[in-house]
Design a protein. Sequence first.
Length: 488
Amino acid sequence: MKFQEFNFEKEILESIEAMGFENASPIQEQAIPAILEKKDLIACAQTGTGKTAAFLLPVLNELIKTPAEGGIKVVILAPTRELALQIDQQLEGFSYFTDLSSIPIYGGGNGLDWENQRKALTKGADFIVATPGKLLGHLHMGYVDMSDLEFLILDEADRMLDMGFYDDIRQIISYMPEEKQSLMFSATMPKKIKKLAQEVLRDYINIEIAVSKPAEGVLQAAHLVYDDDKVQLIDALIQGKDLPSIIIFSSTKSKVNNIEGHLQDCGYDAKAIHSDLEQDEREERLLAFRNKQFQILVATDIMARGIDIDSISLVVNYDVPQDAEDYVHRVGRTARAANSGLAITFINKEDQYKFLRIERLIDTEVLKLPNPAGVRPGPEYTPINKKSSKEKKNNYQNKNQDNRKDYNYQNTDNIKTNQSDYPSQIDNNSEAKDSGVGWPILKQDLEQSFEPVKKREEKTPNFDQPLGRPTIRPNKDFIEEDYYTGEE
C-alpha cells in the first residue's frame, strides 16, 4: 500500500516524498487508518517495522486538518532519552512543511536545559516527546497545562513497564483530560501490557504484527563459548570481514568498557555507550556511528530498542539477554527496513537455559556454529529445563501430599529436538553463506542432549516460608546498573 492512498494532507505527502518513503509497512497499513478514524489502539510490531511513522503521520495529519491555537496537543512518552530524541528528530522531518512545534523532554542535561523545557511547556509546544520521570517532574511544579491535549502516545510501552514507569505513567495520565485519543505501541505483548491497555484505552483496537519474532531478514546463529574466550571469538569472527557497522550488546557497563578496551587494543575502531557518559557525548557517538565514522559500537541494553540506525552489518549478543523478549529487540537492530543482517549470540554454560527460552519464544532453533580456528570449543549445549516459580507451584499443588518434595524437571514440554522441525534460516541463502562470519559451508543437524529427569536435592525445610512457596532469591548475575536505575 502506498502512502498516497491514505489521503494525507499535502504537507504530509510532501514530507513523505522528500524523505524518500513510498510504500507503507504492515503495521502502518493497519494502524494509520484506525488512528485517522479516531480509534484508541494498542499495536504490537517488531522493532524496525516503522511503528514511529505509524503514529506520527496520522496524528500530524489530524492536527493540520483541525488547527487550534496554543496549548499542548500531543504527549509522546518513551522509555529512554535516546528514543525520545530519535522520535523528535523523525517528527521534525515529517512536520517540515508545517508550522507545528515540538520539544524533547528528557534527563541528563543541565539547569539551562530544564529552563528551556519549562518555557516550552509553559508556552505550549504542539508535541511533547518525553521520558516519564522528567515529564512528571515538570508536572509536579504546577506550570504545565494539559487541558488542550488531544493525543497520548506510549511508545515502547513494554520497556517502560520493565523499567518501572507504571506508576509514573498513571500519574501523568491523571493530569490529562478524559477526552483524548490514546495510542500504545509495543514490540512485545506480555500480560502487563494488556493490563495497562485496559486501564488507559477505551474501546480500543488490538493490532499484532509478527509478535515476538525477529524480522525475516535476520540470519541468526549462536556460539557456545566460555566467558574468557568471548573477546577472542569476536576478533576471530570479524577479522578481515567487510562489516562496516557492528553493534555489540553486553549486560553491564563494566563489561562494555572492558570490551571497548580489548577491541581497541586489537586495532578496531570501537566506542562504548552507556549511562555513565554525558548526554552530549552519547548523542555525539550515536551520530558518529550512524554516519559510519567508526566501525563498532559497544552498548548496554539501553541501546537495544528504538534507536533507528539502518544498515547494521552485524549484531552480537555478548551475553544472552535476561528476558527472552529482549532478544527480539537486540537482533532487531539489524535487518531494519526490509534489509538483511546477521545476529550472533554468545552462550556460556550458565546462559544455556535462558537461550532455550528464547528459542521457544521465537519458535526457531538457532543454529549453533562451531567456534573458528584458534578459539577453543565451548561448553556442550545441554540446557536444563528449569521450571518457573509458577510452574513449580502448580506442579506442587497437583502432586500427592506425600510427594510434595519431589519436583519433576522433565524436559519435553514444547521442545523441538529435531532441527528439521524448525524453519531453516540459511537454506538457499547465498548472502549468509558468503558473509564469512563463521557460517558453515555444510549445515549439520544439531543434536541436543537433555537430562530427562532431574530431581531437586533434599534440603532442610524452612518453616519460616509458607507451605508450597519456594524461597525466591535474586540472581546476582542480573543485578546490573542500567536495568534497575530506570534511567532516562
